[in-house]
Write a new protein. Structure first.
Length: 259
């Protein structure tokens, strides 16, 4: 996508928009962690339910799910029902339903449901990209959607959105797609581990699966707003100033309040 003026200094109004995106990222982390604690109980205990071989397979499962959703999500946006099923509300509903079905049979069905859940999340990210003036069907935008999955999550030390992409161009070859997926998959797998742990117990996993899917779709949708909001700012203003303003606000939000 064409950059309007890469040297245009960041105005105070635009700076506040970027600060708001940083706050949005911060709030998304808090919401997801609260939801995980509610639907999954003690997350650390849940992780113990996953056998070591399964934990070793999660990253491969994440990579496979991303590869499938990358192509399926674009096709699923076509057709007469596109304007209905592409809404954030509908994506959350679909994700909640598939999560419940996936968790009903415990870990085996949760693993089987993973590509479906990932595709629903991908579709939601595409919808957000469209609201920021990007064409969700293009290769470039779909690859930027993949980047959002690399935002990780609040389960460990994670700074969320990677701002090195602002103002940068990415290759659009098949090798570039696979390379990006390989880079994103480990961080996405970290989040999926929590999801699968919460769905490991049959029947009880149905409620956990519905709740975690709802929370995950909400989290990645918020991360998509941050990602594509920063891209929009980077097309108009100096990319380095956009990134600096974003990180300055994140640092301020992390700093303790002095009485």
């Amino acid at each position: 996508m064409k950059v309007i003026n890469p040297e245009n200094p960041l105005s105070e109004e635009a700076r506040e928009v970027v600060r708001a995106l940083a706050r949005r990222q911060r709030n998304a982390n808090g919401i997801l962690m609260s939801a995980m604690n509610y639907v999954g109980g003690q997350v650390e205990d849940g992780l113990k339910l996953l056998p070591a071989p399964v934990r070793a397979q999660i990253e491969r499962a994440a990579k496979s799910a991303l590869e499938k959703s990358y192509s399926v999500a674009a096709k699923s946006r076509q057709g007469p029902l596109q304007n209905v099923v592409a809404t954030e509300r509908m994506n959350r509903l679909l994700g909640t339903l598939t999560g419940a079905l996936g968790g009903a049979g415990g870990l085996p069905t949760a693993l089987a449901e993973l590509p479906v859940a990932t595709t629903v999340i991908f579709r939601s990210i595409q919808s957000v990209a469209e609201t920021y003036g990007e064409d969700p069907s293009t290769e470039e935008t779909r690859m930027e959607c993949l980047r959002v999955f690399g935002a990780g999550g609040p389960m460990g030390e994670d700074d969320g959105i990677d701002t090195t992409f602002i103002g940068a161009r990415i290759g659009l070859s098949g090798a570039a797609v696979h390379g990006l997926i390989a880079k994103v998959a480990p961080r996405f797998a970290t989040v999926l581990t929590q999801k699968l742990a919460s769905q490991a117990v049959p029947i009880l996993g149905a409620a956990a699966g519905a709740g975690t899917n709802y929370a995950f779709i909400g989290y990645y949708t918020e991360m998509a707003h941050v990602h594509f909001g920063l891209r929009a700012a980077g097309r108009t203003y100096d990319a380095e100033q956009v990134a600096d303003a974003f990180h300055e606000e994140l640092a301020r939000l992390k700093s303790p309040v002095v009485a």
